[in-house]
Design a protein around this ligand. Sequence first.
Ligand code: AMP
Length: 321
Amino acid sequence: MNSIEKQIGKKIKEYDCIVIARHIGPDPDAVCSTIALRDLIKLNYPNKEVYAVGLTVSRFKFMGNLDKVEESKLKDALLIITDVPRFDRVDGASKEHFQYTIKIDHHPCDEKVCDLEYVDEAASSACQLIANIAFKNKLKLNREIASVLYTGIVADSERFLLSYTSEETLHIAAKLLGDYKLDLTTIYENLYNRDFNERKFEAYIINHLTITENGFGYIKINEDIIKEYHVDSATASNMVNGLNFIKELKVWAFSSFDEKNKLYKINIRSRGIVINDVAEQFNGGGHKFASGARIKEEEQVDALFQALDARCKEENEQKLS
Ligand code: AMP
């Protein structure tokens, strides 16, 4: 039996038309994994029709362009979803239009939703898995694709800081960096340059975060504050990673109101306490230590925050007993 990477390589070879999609509300790894996989397939099979779909996010435009496709017009196409565990979170593609489906992901998920699945919860990023597919199938890469893959790995591992960073992550990153002479200055500037306003907004968050006696930190970011600092709600939620390594915090969560969709977007992070099962109770999910939810009612936001605080309390009590 071929390895999963080889099985995916074989399926890619078989199909002339391929659509690649990722999760709604994308992060850099989600976008980079679709763009890198599309460009990788195009580079190796120039005659195939390949599309990377999903809403464009202006601050991620440096990663590459996304495609628009009318999937109902596609014939016998292959759909590959990356960085997303379930179809209800996929942006811009529906399963029923496709002949065959593949999932490439690193989120926990008990359910099988695609015909072929490459799920590695221990992987730092979806981009790490795409790089693996490229290497194991001896696919041609170029500097642009290597750079996009490296960007996704760096972003999702928080610059190799999170515990998902493994020997394999570093090995893949080193190979991309060395073989394609990546321009790290540009990669990091694209990913991390911020307006001064955003840094001031970060200071606002630090100053207004409530920390409970159980080590749970939370803040509700309302529209007025977002306007005052000239940022947007996505910027607010992206700042959640910046609160890592504060001694008093074990779990922390942001709630920001998404005016367009009339939803509270919740970002949750943890240093060691499992939180995704709590998020799942509120129609959310994600990784053990990095989860999220989208909630309609403010009371439910409060209930989620209380449940997270209770989880911290339980963990503290267990440690003492
Ligand atoms: P974020 O805080 O948006 O970066 O999300 C952290 C993790 O939680 C990501 O892996 C997301 O895919 C996941 N996540 C965020 N929101 C939801 C949701 N509503 N349902 C399931 N998973 C989510």
